[in-house]
Ligand binder design. Structure first.
Ligand code: ATP
Length: 516
């Protein structure tokens, strides 16, 4: 299926079933703002809970925080956001469309990468089991030439950005012959820098004195609280602070549904370590985070899951980093950043020391000295994670007998509705019995009750929203105290005694399934 079609399908399905709605839709919507509906909010909460459990509960030395969105404006001066949180923007004069210059170049590179991937696939088919991907990439003439082309573009882009040479960035776009996807022309304006922070005013003071920003990342709330948490929690290095919260960026373009929004949510963890230890912890967190993703089993089997992710090491490091890598996910629009793992050095804490005049140090009893800790950060967009789950889960299945079903194979532990309880008929005491079963489960799980329409149609409705288990109460239930449990993915049914139901449900949909 074409990439655009798959994204359109996801957007349509998300709206139809109450996952995601355009914001203020009755006023024709607001660009790049979305509302999470009744099922969306459940899925979002489950993703948060999976992240929080993995980061905070499973690590004795990580604690949580919930900092405010408004922060003292000096925060953003210290972090570099006031002066350098810019994106290079460029307009096409014919279509009047605006683009991020770096994204145009990245997309161009993406096209070359897609050609390499195509060559690999072809060779894989030809050589079968004997195929060695690494060797092929290292020896095949076409692949080597394409990789050299990619390296050359990256190098030129990096040099231009580091020298703040915006004319050089434009020249590169022209040299690569990049055309506007809308007008198809190369008639570009000059490249300009655009600051992404939203400004507003605090209280009744207007003008520069009351100027305040909506936070563009949650990380700074963690840095300014480093000492508060360290002292009140008696934390010793290494330790981490985790936070989930809203962030705001006035993105130049925001066209890809919830992938790029102007108001979004981040799940960030700053891990404070002794100077010199950062490389070790950077490697540790890269490995932990990719394991967290793969445990979800998106994309079906292990091989399918592996194909969905890749690391992309940064060539142009942010001003604060000594190493950085993105975990990219194969979205319907192709591989794009889902999460970042960044080794941020002591840049942030040092900058806050300078701007606040307060010491932000840790006394290390083993080294017998005080120092500003180094930081390794993991930063994932909750909305992008939501899109990753949705887009990899939605599919149409051909069934025996020529019928079809739409099913969302959302990892069971994340599914918005865990169990649907369905009385076979709307009479003979079956609804009452079904409600008893519902009562048994609803404290621990989000459970739906549905008695409308034939059982087959009810199954389809639950498949379409990704409910892992359907429990049917029939006449036999009244005598044998057992129900039929139907599995969403296999569609197999088993008879389970009501007395065992809680344990069976937990084994199939509990969060523990992700931590085995
Ligand atoms: P991009 O290059 O796509 O703009 P970024 O490198 O600026 O992203 P970070 O500053 O590293 O992103 O933010 C960490 C995470 O926050 C990203 O990996 C992404 O998942 C999420 N994120 C960033 N910007 C947005 C946005 N506009 N909408 C939704 N999620 C976002």
């Amino acid at each position: 299926m074409a990439q655009d079609d798959q994204l359109k399908k996801v957007i349509g399905h998300a709206k139809e079933y109450g996952f995601v709605f355009p914001s203020s839709e009755i006023y024709d919507g607001l660009s790049a703002a979305y509302d999470y509906g009744q099922l969306g909010v459940e899925l979002k909460n489950n993703i948060k809970s999976y992240w929080w459990t993995a980061m905070v509960r499973m690590h004795e030395n990580i604690v949580g925080l919930d900092a405010s969105i408004f922060m003292h404006p000096k925060t953003w001066k210290a972090s570099g956001h006031t002066d350098a949180f810019n994106d290079p923007l460029i307009d096409n004069k014919d279509s009047k469309k605006r683009y991020r210059a770096d994204v145009l170049i990245e997309d161009h590179i993406g096209k070359i990468e897609a050609k390499v991937a195509k060559d690999v696939k072809k060779a894989q088919k030809r050589f079968g089991d004997a195929f060695d991907k690494a060797e092929f990439l290292a020896t095949n003439g076409n692949c080597l030439r394409r990789q050299a082309e990619i390296d050359g573009i990256n190098e030129k882009f990096k040099t231009a950005m580091e020298a703040e040479d915006l004319a050089g960035v434009k020249a590169l776009i022209e040299e690569l012959g990049i055309v506007c996807p809308v007008s198809g022309t190369r008639d570009w304006t000059d490249v300009r820098q655009f600051n992404l922070m939203f400004k507003t005013e605090l209280g009744a003071v207007s003008g520069d004195a009351g100027l305040i920003y909506l936070r563009p990342e949650t990380a700074q709330g963690i840095f300014v609280n480093f000492l508060n948490v360290q002292k009140s929690g008696r934390m010793r290095l290494p330790f981490g602070i985790a936070q989930i919260g809203k962030a705001f960026r006035n993105e130049i373009i925001a066209r890809q549904f919830i992938f790029r929004m102007r108001e979004f949510e981040q799940m960030e963890m700053q891990f404070f370590v002794a100077p010199g230890d950062q490389a070790k912890w950077y490697a540790y967190w890269k490995e932990q985070r990719i394991a967290w993703h793969k445990a979800l089993g998106l994309g079906g089997d292990a091989a399918g899951t592996d194909d969905l992710y890749r690391f992309h090491d940064h060539i142009k490091l942010a001003h604060y980093a000594d190493a950085a890598s993105d975990i990219e996910f194969d979205f319907p629009m192709g591989f794009k950043e889902l999460e970042g793992v960044h080794s941020r050095t002591d840049f942030d804490l040092k900058a806050h020391e300078e701007h606040s005049g307060r010491k932000l140090r840790f006394y290390d009893p083993e080294r017998e000295e005080s120092y500003v800790p180094y930081v390794v950060e993991t930063s994932i967009g909750l909305d992008r994670m939501f899109l990753a789950v949705l887009s990899s889960s939605l599919r149409e299945e051909q069934l025996e007998g020529g019928t079809e079903r739409t099913v969302m194979s959302i990892p069971a532990a994340l599914a918005p509705v865990k169990v649907a309880v369905l009385p076979l008929l709307k009479k003979d005491g079956l609804p009452e019995k079904a409600r008893e079963v519902l009562q048994l489960l609803k404290l621990n799980y989000n459970v739906q009750y549905d008695e409308k329409d034939a059982i087959g149609r009810r199954y389809r409705r639950q498949d379409a929203i990704g409910t892992p288990l359907c429990i049917t109460v029939d006449h036999e239930t009244l005598t044998d105290g057992a129900v039929t449990v139907r599995d969403r993915d296999t569609m197999l049914q088993e008879r389970v005694s009501i007395a065992d139901l809680a344990a069976v449900v937990e084994r199939k949909v509990g969060m523990a399934t992700l931590f085995s």
